[in-house]
Design a protein. Structure first.
Length: 111
């Protein structure tokens, strides 16, 4: 679903960057998930979001700024989105086997 669908169906003015107060907690809309709005509450880190029904205890405010994730937060979010069965360290390539492989390359003058 899109913001167009949500706005038309529920008679709201939702968009990325719109400030909202949901059940007394301030935050900013960062996207949609089906017919729900995805909100990053102010008290959480930029990558932590929650889905809310567009009319459930939501007060729409003016526009704000979507907080950017740090590089580390982006990498971890990519790992979560990848739906992989390996550990985060393995996914990053910093597990013991990968470290040993890099050391070998350094010793061979390849890195």
């Amino acid at each position: 679903m899109s913001f167009e669908y949500i706005n038309k169906s529920y008679g709201v003015n939702a968009c990325v960057g719109r400030r909202v107060i949901i059940d007394g907690e301030p935050g900013v809309i960062v996207g949609t998930h089906g017919a729900y709005i995805v909100v990053n509450p102010d008290h959480l880190k930029p990558y932590q979001t929650a889905n809310y029904h567009p009319t459930w205890r939501v007060e729409y405010q003016g526009t704000g700024k979507v907080r950017k994730m740090t590089a580390g937060q982006k990498r971890y979010q990519e790992y979560l989105d990848a739906d992989t069965c390996c550990t985060f360290a393995e996914w990053l390539g910093v597990d013991k086997a990968s470290k040993e492989r890099r050391e070998q390359y350094k010793n061979w003058g390849l890195a």
